[in-house]
Design a binder for this molecule. Sequence first.
Ligand SMILES: [Zn+2]
Length: 284
Amino acid sequence: MPTASRPAAGDTASGGSASGDSPLTLATLRWPDVEAAPRRLLVVPMGSLEQHGPHLPLDTDTRIAVAVAVRACAGRVGVGVAPPIAIGASGEHADFPGTLSIGTAALTLVLVELGRHASLHWPAMLLVNGHGGNVPAINDALELLRAEGRSCQAWHAGVRSAPPADPDADVAPFALDAHAGRVETSIMLALAPDDVRLDLAVRGDTRPLAAIMSELRAHGTRHVSPNGVLGDPAGASAAEGERLLAQLTADLDETLTALLTTPEGGRFLLLSGALQAWGGPVWG
Ligand SMILES: [Zn+2]
């Protein structure tokens, strides 16, 4: 390509940004854009491709992680957002066609190699995780990456308590469910209503996750809940999903602000216990 027609490094590419007040959306940029931009933190959304009941799409966790990451990173200079890791560790859902899983050992290796490479060009990496089954791999990978002196952190999507009731609607507090129930159905109604089959939404096993965990680990989700739902999607709505998304985004936003305002110009080699504990109970 003639140099005369080549945009100067730092020019904004369509769909992405290398300057101004937007995060760097890596998939849409050219490498000179990234080289010319301030780079303080690489954010990597993580999800899964696994059954989410008869009514939600298989990539529900990935969409939620991406949506929260994009919302929380908006307006942050020096933050890059990578394409998501869209297949994770979903062995507990293996009995359902459509689920694809690479398992904990392979996912751990993926994260370690990704973190090693990312550290060549970014001072720190934050995994934004939307799937509970990914947690063991994330913990193992972060332990190794930190032992190698690399800065990395994880934030897990989880709602600590039911969202505040909408003053304009008669919404009672509800029990937070684990998988393809009211929480994820509401969020998907907010993000992609055309991809939610509410006519097929049915109640699954509604016992608390702690009560069924050993059964889940031993026999898989299909044994516990033949339709794949752990919870009850009844009562889900897009308005409730927006409130849940706002809650998650505020939580991640708080994490990002703290990470980016730590001493040493955004490097956070020394992580406090409080930072590592961030994020509520994980669902997925
Ligand atoms: Zn999920």
